[in-house]
Ligand binder design. Structure first.
Ligand code: HEM
Length: 139
């Protein structure tokens, strides 16, 4: 799945660092908003009122239960076309679109980042599984 997401970078850059971090739900250096290191898994349920990590923060919406992360692999690339048009080429891979991209995208509806983003393109691309002949040759 690929989405081309244009970002209102001038508008975003006018937000304070604190506000940007609350919109994403992580600090710029990768730490979580409760201060824990990036390689630890915060328990959002321990913050039931969204005081530390707001409910509409990107990471809290995308993966609310960190023990059960969304079954997808993400890979994004920045794009720039002149100074006005820039953003992210977001791609993700999953076996099951319902459980992968679509489940996450539904949860992201209404997230705090929405007002800075505009999806301008993309699509679903299906990759057939390797056949027996390919598997035999690869092993
Ligand atoms: C312009 C659009 C987007 C931006 C700027 C953005 C940015 C980020 C950032 C900074 C993180 C935290 C660091 C990381 O784990 O990589 C993140 C995590 C994540 N994003 Fe996005 N993202 C965007 C769009 C999307 C979309 C469209 C989806 C899926 C529908 C998505 C799904 C996720 C997921 C699943 C995580 C991991 C959450 C976690 O493990 O806590 N993102 N994104």
């Amino acid at each position: 799945m690929i989405r081309i997401i244009r970002l209102a970078t001038d508008f975003w850059d006018r937000e304070s660092l604190h506000e940007q971090e609350r919109i994403i739900g992580r600090r710029r250096d990768g730490r979580w908003l409760d201060g824990s290191p990036s390689d630890e898994q915060p328990v959002f349920a321990a913050d039931p009122h969204g005081k530390t990590t707001p409910f509409d923060a990107h990471v809290r919406r995308a993966a609310p239960d960190r023990r059960r992360p969304p079954p997808m692999v993400r890979r994004s690339y920045n794009y720039h076309q002149g100074t006005e048009d820039q953003g992210l080429i977001f791609s993700c891979f999953q076996r099951d679109l319902d459980k992968g991209f679509e489940a996450v995208q539904h949860r992201l509806q209404g997230e705090a980042m929405t007002k800075y983003t505009l999806t301008v393109g993309g699509g679903y691309f299906f990759v057939p599984p390797p056949g027996d002949a390919w598997l035999a040759a690869a092993t």
